[in-house]
Ligand binder design. Structure first.
Ligand SMILES: Cc1cc2nc3c(=O)[nH]c(=O)nc-3n(C[C@H](O)[C@H](O)[C@H](O)COP(=O)(O)OP(=O)(O)OC[C@H]3O[C@@H](n4cnc5c(N)ncnc54)[C@H](O)[C@@H]3O)c2cc1C
Length: 415
């Protein structure tokens, strides 16, 4: 912490963003759009931007079916998906509107399918259609079910490519993206904050922490409260071999369990033409535990001591076991996908890289569903930015600017 801080060249308007994932980069860009003369620095601990959740996800541009109408998730997803499409078109990043089917496979799921339809309509998801069992094959010839909801505007994109384009745009607008710069502490000095990182220090008026899996740890460095804490849920994927990938045109989902923020093992066409099954949701044994053998004893001890995690395990023990089984058994994993596309077999899959979701935990073990933003003095932290935060990132950036009082030109600071 001894290096002399580099004061932001923008004087009053010096901002520091911790985390070069899609949310931090979108925020840095939005700050520069709103305040072109400000000094904006992004500090990212890895060698490349988008190295964690942003670079390890399903790549779906969600249309907003699931979220409680009026919630931040619903509002930011709706705005975010159109901003994202605009950004991708300006930056020549392919967005493929391959459409999504949510399939009811059992009579007992029909009521939930209709409830999802009503919710999606309330969220004004475009082009929705309820299909009978015999109509499913018109959209996905190899999928089966007794009814389905079709969202034709749901799309796919490479979020890693979006993050790289955002970083380039930040640099073009005069901002700085420093990689290999891990934030290790903050010192508040009057109206300024010194942000200490592994290769130096930055001085800023405002700091926004968008550190994903590390959000609670980094905000604790600024004196923030420990809760909600963040736990990592590994999402494992299986990739279909090319001949099986031909069985799938777009995105095929089961009906999600409404008690969980995860969507269940689904079948996802990726922008590179490959098709994946997953992700499941298994408690990671390290914050960035991408493999089963990644175990961080100090993280584990902390997590096991946490009252909220014990409450989580009591509340969701059945799901914990079910998801654990899919992690250990490829057959069980594929079996879940075969409910949607019965022609799939264990011979059609190979392991693909996993992702780890940052999920905030409430005091009673509840999985916090909506976005959560905390503030301690000049340091604001995004404590929970789960899916669809990649879809919503550009809208989250607008929301964060309003939270920290950086209005669009011509509007009052808090208006
Ligand atoms: C398996 C999986 C599937 C998903 N599928 C989808 C999907 O289809 N569609 C969708 O919209 N969303 C999806 N999501 C969610 C989406 O990927 C995330 O919500 C989004 O990427 C969050 O972005 P972020 O910038 O907040 O976090 P991250 O991308 O995790 O970025 C946080 C960054 O902070 C950095 N950092 C941490 N600590 C420090 C420190 N001390 N100093 C400096 N830097 C630090 C990290 O290195 C990291 O780069 C999925 C997520 C997962 C894991």
């Amino acid at each position: 912490m001894s290096a002399a801080p580099r004061a932001g060249a923008g004087g009053e308007d010096a901002f520091c963003v911790v985390g070069g994932g899609i949310v931090g980069l979108a925020l840095a860009r939005e700050l520069l759009v709103r305040r072109p003369d400000s000094a904006v620095t992004v500090l990212e601990k890895e060698a490349l931007v988008g190295a964690h959740q942003t670079g390890h996800n399903s790549g779906v541009v969600h249309a907003g079916l699931y979220y409680a109408p009026g919630s931040l998730k619903a509002l930011l997803c709706a705005r975010g998906r159109s901003l994202l499409r605009e950004f991708c078109s300006e930056h020549h990043i392919e967005v493929l509107e391959c459409g999504k089917l949510v399939i009811a496979t059992r009579q007992g799921e029909l009521e939930r399918l209709h409830a999802l339809h009503r919710r999606a309509e309330a969220n004004e998801v475009p082009g929705l259609r309820l299909l009978g069992g015999s109509e499913i094959a018109d959209i996905e010839p190899h999928a089966v079910g007794i009814a389905a909801l079709h969202s034709p505007r749901t799309a796919i994109v490479d979020y890693g490519a979006v993050a790289r384009a955002l970083a380039a745009d930040v640099a073009r607008r005069g901002g700085r993206v420093l990689t290999n710069a891990e934030v290790v502490g903050f010192t508040v000095k009057g109206d300024w904050v010194d942000v200490h990182h592994s290769t130096g220090a930055e001085r800023a008026r405002r700091v926004v922490v968008c550190a994903g899996l590390q959000a609670d740890r980094v905000s604790a460095l600024a004196g923030d409260v420990p809760e909600p804490g963040v736990v990592g849920f590994r999402g494992e994927y299986l990739r279909l071999v090319p001949r099986a990938a031909e069985l799938v045109r777009g995105l095929i989902y089961p009906l999600a369990d409404p008690r969980l923020p995860f969507l269940g093992i689904h079948i996802t066409r990726k922008i590179d033409g490959t098709v994946e099954l997953g992700p499941n949701a298994v408690l990671a044994l390290a914050r960035e535990g991408y493999r089963r053998r990644d175990i961080d004893p100090s993280y584990l001890v902390g997590v096991l001591r946490s009252r909220s995690l014990r409450a989580l395990l009591r509340r969701y023990w059945v799901h914990t076991i079910e998801e654990g089984v899919t992690s250990l058994s490829t057959r069980a994993f594929v079996h879940r996908a075969r409910r949607l596309v019965p022609e799939l077999s264990v011979n059609d899959v190979e392991r693909a890289p996993a992702g780890v979701r940052a999920q905030a935990l409430g005091p009673n073990g509840e999985l916090v569903d909506d976005f959560v933003v905390n503030r301690v003095g000049p340091v604001t932290t995004v404590r929970n930015a789960p899916s669809p935060a990649a879809t919503s990132s550009l809208a989250i950036a607008e929301h964060l600017c309003e939270e920290i009082g950086v209005a669009v030109a011509g509007r009052s600071e808090h208006g």
